[in-house]
Design a protein around this ligand. Structure first.
Ligand code: SF4
Length: 506
C-alpha cells in the first residue's frame, strides 16, 4: 500500500464569482495484483472516496515556520483520496465509455479491430500508433488521414522509416508543421533499429526513445501492448476537468499531475488501449470545447460539471477546464527574396523550364530546422523597402556572390506581404521577386560558389513544385506565381522604367 500526499489550489467557480479553496488531502492508493492481472497489465484498486469542500479562506495566512505548518496541517482531518473517483464511479465510467466506444468509434486507418495480435502485429501496430499520435498532435483527424496513408505507403514499418533521409521525411511532413516532431520520429526509428529492432513495449522503455514523451509512450504501450497505463492529452484533460468539475489552471504542473492520477485510476486494466481511446474519442466528438453534446454523453450521470450547471444557471459545463490566457505572441519580421535566374530570352515567357530559383537549407537546429526556403533575412523591426533591399543585397552577396559584376537585373519587384503564425510568433513576411541574368552563365557561377558553408541549390519550377515545402514557403511561391500571371510582360515594359529598376544592386 502506497500513501501519497496531495495538496492543490483549486479555483471553484460559484456563479460568475470565483473563490479560492485550498484543498489538502492525503491519498491512499493501493496497487495490488488481482485475478485480472495479465503478464502485461496490472489492476489498480482504489479505496472508496468521499468528496468534501472546505471553507474558503477569507484572508491569506501569514507564512509559518516548518513546525507551525506541521501543526496547522495536523488539524485538517485526513480525507481518503477526496479528489479521486469512487470505486463505483470508476466502474460506471469504464463500462459506459467502453460500451459507447464499441458502438460509436470512428473508423480510422490506424485503428485495429483485431482482439488478439501476434508479437509482430503488435510491433507494426505500435509503429502505426506512434506515427498517427505524433501527426494528431499537429492537426485535425481529417487532415491526418491523408498524411498517414501516404506515410504508411512509403514507410510501412519502423525498419523502412529508419532507412529514410531527413529530407524525405520533411518532404512527407510538409504542411503539417512542427517539423521537429518529424525529425524525432526518424531519429527514434533509427534508435530502435540500432538497439536491435525490437519495439519497446512498456512506458518506461518507450520513454527512452528520442521524441517519445509521456503521452505517446502511454498511447503506444496501452493500445499496442496492452499495458494498463493512462494517457493525458487536451481531450482527456477537458473530459476529466468536467467529470470532476476541476476549475484549477489546467496548465499548472500540480493540476496536470492530478489529471494523470485521475486517468491512472480510470484506465481499464483489461482493455487499457480501448479505454484510453474512448476517453480521447469522447473529448474529440461529444465533449468538445465549446458545444458539448451532454444529452448524448455516455458518462453524463457521472459528470459533476453537468450536475453543477443544472443546479446553478450561472455555471456552464464549458466553464471547465478554466480558460488560460495565452502568452502574447512575439512579432518578428522577415524579408524574403525569390531569386529567379533566367536563361531564356523573355522574363515571363510561358515556358520557363530554363529558369532556376535559389533555395537555401535552414540550419539543423531551431525553427523549421533543415527545411528548404527562399533566401531571406530576419529584420530587427518593421522596415521600409530600401532597408529591406539593403539587407537582402548584403545577404545575396555574402552567401551566393551575387553582385553587379556578375549579373544583370532583369526585374526587381515588391510582390506583397503576409503574416505567418507559429505557436508563439507572428512572423510578418515581405516578399520580393528578383529576376537575374548571369553574365558567365549559371554553371560558371554555381561552380565558383557551391562550396559556401550554407547549403543551397538552384531548382527549376517543376522541382520546386514537387518538393515538400513548408506552408509558409508554399505561400510565398503561390504569391510569386500569381504575380507573374498578372504582371505586364517584361518586353513590353517601357525602356525608361526598366532602366530605373535596374539601378539597384546586386
Ligand atoms: S456530460 Fe457533457 S460535459 Fe460532462 S463529460 Fe459528458 S459531454 Fe462532457
Amino acid at each position: 500500500m502506497t500513501t501519497v500526499s496531495l495538496a492543490a489550489l483549486v479555483t471553484v467557480p460559484i456563479g460568475h464569482l470565483c473563490q479560492k479553496f485550498e484543498i489538502s488531502t492525503v491519498a491512499s492508493v493501493g496497487i495490488q495484483n488481482t485475478s485480472e492481472q495479465t503478464n502485461k497489465s496490472f489492476c489498480f484498486i482504489f479505496s472508496p472516496t468521499s468528496f468534501s469542500t472546505m471553507e474558503p479562506q477569507k484572508e491569506r495566512k501569514q507564512p509559518v515556520s516548518k513546525g507551525e505548518k506541521q501543526t496547522t496541517r495536523a488539524k485538517v482531518p485526513l480525507q481518503d483520496i477526496e479528489d479521486l473517483f469512487s470505486k463505483k464511479e470508476t466502474q460506471k465510467i469504464r463500462g459506459s465509455l467502453l460500451g459507447w466506444y464499441d458502438k460509436y468509434q470512428r473508423e480510422l486507418p490506424w485503428r485495429s479491430k483485431e482482439e488478439k495480435e501476434t508479437e509482430e502485429e503488435s510491433e507494426t501496430r505500435a509503429y502505426q500508433v506512434w506515427v498517427s499520435e505524433v501527426m494528431l498532435q499537429q492537426t485535425r483527424v481529417q487532415t491526418v488521414i491523408d498524411y498517414y496513408n501516404r506515410w504508411m505507403r512509403r514507410w510501412p514499418t519502423l525498419h523502412h522509416l529508419a532507412q529514410a533521409s531527413l529530407e524525405e521525411v520533411n518532404e512527407m511532413w510538409a504542411g503539417l508543421g512542427y517539423y521537429r516532431r518529424a525529425r524525432f520520429l526518424l531519429e527514434g526509428a533509427k534508435m530502435v533499429v540500432a538497439w536491435g529492432g525490437e519495439f519497446p513495449n512498456t512506458v518506461s522503455a518507450l520513454r527512452k526513445v528520442r521524441g517519445i514523451g509521456d503521452y505517446t509512450a502511454g498511447a503506444i504501450a496501452s493500445i499496442a501492448f496492452g499495458e494498463a497505463v493512462p494517457v493525458v492529452d487536451g481531450n482527456v484533460i477537458r473530459v476529466l476537468a468536467r467529470l470532476k468539475a476541476i476549475a484549477a489552471n489546467p496548465k499548472d504542473s500540480i493540476t496536470i499531475k492530478n489529471f494523470w492520477k485521475l486517468a491512472t485510476q480510470l484506465v481499464d486494466p483489461c482493455r487499457p488501449g480501448d479505454f484510453n481511446q474512448s476517453l480521447m474519442e469522447l473529448g474529440a466528438t461529444l465533449c468538445t470545447p465549446s458545444s458539448p453534446s451532454c444529452s448524448s454523453c455516455p458518462v453524463s450521470g457521472q459528470c459533476r460539471a453537468l450536475a453543477t450547471s443544472k443546479q446553478d444557471t450561472f455555471v456552464q459545463v464549458t466553464d471547465y477546464p478554466t480558460k488560460v490566457l495565452k502568452a502574447k505572441q512575439r512579432s518578428d519580421f522577415s524579408a524574403v527574396c525569390v531569386v529567379e535566374i533566367l536563361e531564356g530570352k523573355n522574363v515571363y515567357e510561358e515556358n520557363q523550364s530554363d529558369s532556376r530559383f535559389i533555395i537555401v537549407k535552414r540550419p539543423d537546429d531551431g525553427l523549421l530546422a533543415g527545411l528548404w526556403e527562399f533566401p531571406s533575412v530576419m529584420l530587427d523591426k518593421e522596415a521600409d523597402s530600401s532597408m529591406r533591399r539593403e539587407a537582402i543585397d548584403q545577404f545575396l552577396k555574402k552567401s551566393f556572390g551575387l553582385n553587379p559584376n556578375i549579373c544583370s537585373i532583369v526585374s526587381r519587384e515588391y510582390v506583397g506581404e503576409f503574416v505567418h503564425v507559429f505557436t508563439h510568433i507572428r512572423l510578418k513576411i515581405y516578399v520580393e521577386l528578383l529576376v537575374l541574368r548571369l553574365q558567365g552563365g549559371k554553371d560558371d557561377w554555381f561552380g565558383k560558389h557551391k562550396k559556401k558553408a550554407m547549403l543551397w541549390k538552384c531548382v527549376d519550377s517543376k522541382e520546386l513544385s514537387s518538393m515538400g515545402l513548408t506552408s509558409g514557403v508554399k505561400k510565398v511561391y503561390a504569391m510569386i506565381q500569381k504575380f507573374k500571371q498578372n504582371v505586364v510582360p517584361a518586353n513590353s515594359v517601357p525602356s525608361r522604367k526598366r532602366s530605373r529598376r535596374n539601378n539597384g544592386s546586386p
